[in-house]
Design a protein around this ligand. Structure first.
Ligand code: FAD
Ligand code: SF4
Length: 469
């Protein structure tokens, strides 16, 4: 490690270490991970680029304020276990966040090296140590305190809260509607971006800590909040997500082979429709696929369609590429894999062919007008500019709404007019003092790291409330 007077001297000449990607043409044919992650040599070279800033803006950019310069220094010292412990002080899921966080808008977006050249590849370094969980210290477990907590939903928010509570000595049961744990991490984000084995490792870790998982258990159906309290639970953490699809509200939306992205992705990711008939769930393998949307969900859907054999796979978005909310890496990967980006279009109508299934979509061409309340320029229709795009599969990925089961769970907690649970921003406590909530069911569709952060805050608040600590 280069040093002057005992102080580390960063490598100011090296460019950012490129991602370790599989060749685009090969990876687009199957579900293998697109990015193989840094080797040790790559991680060490990248860690040398960090300037160990006195005022590390990267930490401010991280939603959970991980001590980034400290863990990068530990990588430079080859103290990978220590680096993992540093990250785990704030984030339970480094192998997952390293892969899926929108780093360009968070830590890397604030990295001082990014002002003059390229930012340090913080996400890749996080993933590098996150993928070596065997090196981390065993979490200190407090003695059992005799209190029981039910966590509803096993997405990143639920599992983070469950892990923190188990460490604090609580008896924790996670109720999950699906037959497996992980929420969007397993049913939404495809294997080529986030291998299921990485998520399973986290769930297995929780089970080793004594957390119980009750699968195929929809709270609101199997039991209400009051019934769970009657069974002896002292508190509830609700993290049911926001998976209800938003409708496009255009004619033909109900035609066969017009999908909502979450359904399309769940069929493939969870039910393995790509391996039909080996697995029971079929899906349409379209040759001409159009996906409406510009976020991560749209990217995952279009790249999945490509892997199912689409010859033409289009992302159709009502603004331009610059305004797309997807992670930049996903857009870059999608384009390298042959996905076509069609900016400034909005769907008007899905058209049925002779067999009654979708054969085309009529789109309205748009242009950008004045900025709207989000600060982005508003798309405005260009009069008379209408086009027809042939397609045999169309997928809508324009966003989601609150999971409607929140209202069936009961208790005295209040929902807002859109069906999201009202909870205190700092503690996650709802208007029912026995119930906490967090993640997408409180904020609306957001990010893994924010959902995880909410679970952590709620666990601290539940601990304080039930134990007075
Ligand atoms: P979820 O992950 O939605 O988990 C909720 C869980 O609750 C589910 O398992 C559900 O089955 C269960 N559940 C619901 N109702 C009940 C009930 N009544 N009883 C029991 N269980 C119930 N974010 C990023 O940061 N980076 C990305 O790259 C990214 N890509 C994404 C790609 C896709 C396709 C999608 C859909 C989202 C993506 N996101 C991404 C967003 C991110 O995944 C979510 O913000 C995050 O998963 C929210 O976590 P959560 O724990 O609140 O809810
Ligand atoms: Fe290192 Fe960038 Fe953070 Fe500075 S801002 S400490 S260079 S990662």
């Amino acid at each position: 490690m280069p040093q002057v007077n005992g102080r580390f001297v960063p490598d100011m000449k090296s460019p950012r270490t490129p991602d370790n990607e599989e060749p685009a043409a090969e990876r687009a044919c199957d579900f293998r991970p697109v990015d193989k992650g840094f080797t040790e040599e790559m991680a060490l070279a990248e860690a040398e680029r960090c300037m160990d800033c006195k005022k590390p803006f990267c930490v401010e950019g991280c939603p959970v304020n991980i001590n980034i310069p400290k863990f990068i220094e530990q990588i430079r010292e080859k103290n990978y276990g220590g680096a993992l412990d540093t990250i785990r002080e704030e984030s339970m899921l480094p192998a997952i966040c390293g892969r899926v966080c929108p780093q360009e808008n968070q830590c890397e977006g604030k990295c001082i090296r990014g002002k003059k050249s390229e930012p340090v590849a913080i996400g890749q370094l996080e993933r590098f140590v996150g993928d070596q969980p065997e090196l981390a210290s065993k979490p200190a477990m407090k003695p059992k305190n005799g209190k029981k907590v039910a966590v509803v939903g096993s997405g990143p928010s639920g599992i983070t809260c469950a892990g923190e509570l188990a460490r604090n000595g609580f008896d924790v049961t996670v109720f999950e509607a699906f037959f497996t744990g992980g929420g969007v991490l397993v049913y939404g984000i495809p294997e080529f971006r986030l291998p299921k084995a990485v998520v399973k490792r986290e769930i297995d870790g929780l089970e080793e800590m004594g957390v119980k998982f009750e699968y195929n258990s929809v709270v609101g159906n199997i039991a209400t909040a009051e019934e769970l309290f009657d069974e002896g639970f002292d508190a509830l953490y609700i993290a049911t997500g926001a998976g209800l699809p938003k409708f496009l509200n255009v004619p033909g939306e109900n035609l066969p082979n017009v999908f909502f992205a979450n359904e399309y992705l769940t069929r493939v990711n969870l039910m393995k429709a790509n391996k039909f008939p080996e697995y029971d769930t079929p899906t349409k393998h379209g040759k001409n696929v159009v996906v409406f949307g510009g976020g991560n969900v749209a990217m995952d859907a279009v790249r999945t369609a490509k892997r199912l054999g689409a010859e033409r796979a289009i992302i159709a978005y009502r603004r331009t590429e610059d305004e797309m909310p997807a992670r930049r890496a996903e857009l870059h990967h999608a384009k390298a894999e042959g996905v076509e980006v069609m900016p400034l279009v909005s769907p008007l109508e899905f058209i049925a062919g002779e067999d009654g299934t979708v054969c085309a979509v009529k789109v309205q061409k748009m242009e950008l007008g004045e900025p709207d309340e989000s600060g982005r320029r508003r798309p405005v229709p260009i009069e008379g500019a209408i086009e027809e795009i042939p397609c045999d599969v169309a997928i809508s990925a324009i966003g989601t709404n609150a999971n409607p089961f929140a209202s069936k769970i009961g208790g005295k907690m209040e929902l807002n007019k859109w069906g999201y649970i009202i909870a205190d921003e700092e503690t996650g406590q709802t208007t029912d003092p026995r119930i906490w909530a967090g993640g997408d069911i409180v904020t609306g569709a957001a990010t893994v790291i924010l959902a995880m952060g909410a679970g952590k805050k709620a666990a601290a608040s539940i601990t304080k409330s039930l134990l007075g600590e």
